[in-house]
Design a protein around this ligand. Structure first.
Ligand SMILES: Cc1cc2nc3c(=O)[nH]c(=O)nc-3n(C[C@H](O)[C@H](O)[C@H](O)COP(=O)(O)O)c2cc1C
Ligand SMILES: Nc1ncnc2c1ncn2[C@@H]1O[C@H](COP(=O)(O)OP(=O)(O)OP(=O)(O)O)[C@@H](O)[C@H]1O
Length: 314
């Protein structure tokens, strides 16, 4: 899959682009609804022997449109998204840089630049896709904006338990520690990828050495707390428990939550290694303990709960 980033108003489109079928959207999480849109573009392109294309944006429009500005995090940060599009069989990914100038384009200007300009012959998006200045373009009025030979297909709503699957809904599930629901809506198991870095070396003194995971992409993390987790290190799988939190027992002002994982039944030294950590089950909220002994007792309990979870689910 070829990845091309486009920036308005700077970049000129090439003139000899192949005829393409495009799925359009922000696609954070690439959940089951998004997958339907993308799969339809890929299969239509295969049938018609054209290129399959995904047109997406970076960063999230709210970075430009929302005031006051908040740091934005993603279910699937950029690299994760690229990997998933690739797995879905997309030939070409266009990433349009979302900036103020882009947000001012009228729907007609947007279509001219990015549909006609990229030689898109067929546009596939969800029933509620909107685009252009103030989201004035939608799946109905788009038909009057595109050249006559261009097809437009609106993918019908994908629901779960009678409600639309959406990135927002998945964020809410994660905020409640409901990993099962998040995974069901996504259609795959949510994870983070990071490198093991040195912590305060405190874990080993309390009998629970931990690998501190440094994630260099802005992931939307599940609720602060303790989880049963599984870790994939170069195809080797480990079970364990992780804390995503601020270590309030020891530290006063940690600005960003840390991810720490204690792996069961291994002495493996993973410093400097890259791991993928799968959240499996929320266990409890993080607590501030008055004595380290209380934390240690709690960790023993967490280990018991996690092992029981794995025993039942293996
Ligand atoms: C499963 C698990 C649960 C944890 N729960 C808490 C907690 O409730 N409160 C807290 O202050 N720290 C908690 N911690 C963090 C410990 O304080 C931390 O692992 C310890 O301070 C070691 O930090 P270090 O790796 O930076 O040396 C937890 C850690 C793990 C692995
Ligand atoms: N459940 C769904 N069924 C069908 N199409 C969907 C569904 N969810 C999103 N889409 C389509 O996928 C594309 C990307 O949508 P978008 O990134 O806004 O997703 P979303 O999950 O609705 O996000 P948010 O919760 O942030 O509004 C759009 O074309 C949208 O219409």
């Amino acid at each position: 899959m070829e990845v091309i980033t486009l920036s308005y108003p700077n970049d000129e489109m090439k003139s000899d682009l192949p005829e393409s079928i495009a799925a359009i959207g922000f696609f954070d999480g690439i959940h089951r609804g998004h997958q339907k849109v993308i799969r339809q573009a890929v299969s239509t392109a295969q049938k018609e022997q054209k290129h399959s294309v995904v047109i997406t944006f970076d960063p999230h429009p709210s970075v430009v449109l929302q005031k006051p500005k908040k740091e934005i995090t993603y279910l699937t940060p950029y690299d994760e998204k690229v990997q998933i599009f690739e797995r879905l069989g997309v030939d070409q990914l266009y990433v349009i840089h979302f900036n103020h100038a882009l947000s001012q384009l009228s729907p007609e200007e947007f279509i001219d630049l990015f549909i006609h300009g990229l030689n898109i012959q067929h546009i596939i998006a969800g029933f509620d896709f909107t685009f252009g200045y103030k989201g004035l373009g939608n799946m109905e009025n788009i038909r009057s904006m595109v050249d006559q030979n261009i097809n437009v297909s609106a993918v019908e709503k994908v629901e779960d338990q009678g409600e639309k699957i959406s990135s927002t809904r998945i964020r809410h599930a994660l905020q409640q520690g409901n990993i099962d629901e998040a995974n069901r809506l996504l259609g795959y198991s949510i994870s983070v990828r990071g490198e093991v870095v040195t912590g305060d070396q405190r874990g080993r003194t309390i009998g629970y050495p931990t690998a501190n995971l440094y994630v260099d992409e802005p992931y939307y993390l599940p609720r602060i707390g303790v989880y049963a987790v599984e870790v994939d290190w170069k195809g080797q799988w480990f079970q364990g428990m992780a804390n995503v939190g601020y270590n309030p027992t020891f530290v006063d002002h940690l600005l960003k939550p840390k991810i720490e994982v204690h792996l069961f039944d291994t002495q493996q030294n993973l410093y400097g290694e890259t791991l993928r950590l799968y959240w499996r089950k929320y266990i409890r909220d993080e607590e501030k303990f008055d004595h380290v002994d209380e934390l240690i007792d709690k960790l023993k309990e967490d280990e018991h709960v996690s092992r029981q979870f794995f025993a039942k689910n293996d």
